[in-house]
Design a protein around this ligand. Sequence first.
Ligand code: SF4
Ligand code: SF4
Length: 117
Amino acid sequence: MNTHRQQIRFFRERIPAFECQPGCHDCCGPVTTSSEEMSRLPRVSAAAHEAALAALTCPHLGPQGCTVYAERPLICRLFGTTPRMPCPVGKRPALMIDERVEAQIHRFMAETRQVLV
Ligand code: SF4
Ligand code: SF4
């Protein structure tokens, strides 16, 4: 099995889930991700990409929020689960992410080629 795929599954299982403020998408913006995660996202036209980037937003952000929620990148999942990336409206899981897992995720992101979502 693809090592990156295994690592991504490992991380996804260890990033704590929490309820966001309904309708909020304040932490969405231009994000980067690994090629493996990118391959699971629907393709977006170059024009839509450019428009999103110009507006400093994400091309997968729709009127009802993230349109690719089940496959959203690790960085989106990490947001709000660590004091280093706090949710601006104060939402958080009961237990923040294990610092060792957080460090592993950052290492994974540093070691994999990142592409703009
Ligand atoms: S983590 Fe916070 S800022 Fe981001 S969508 Fe959820 S409630 Fe909004
Ligand atoms: S992939 Fe989803 S959660 Fe991540 S920035 Fe885009 S819209 Fe927001």
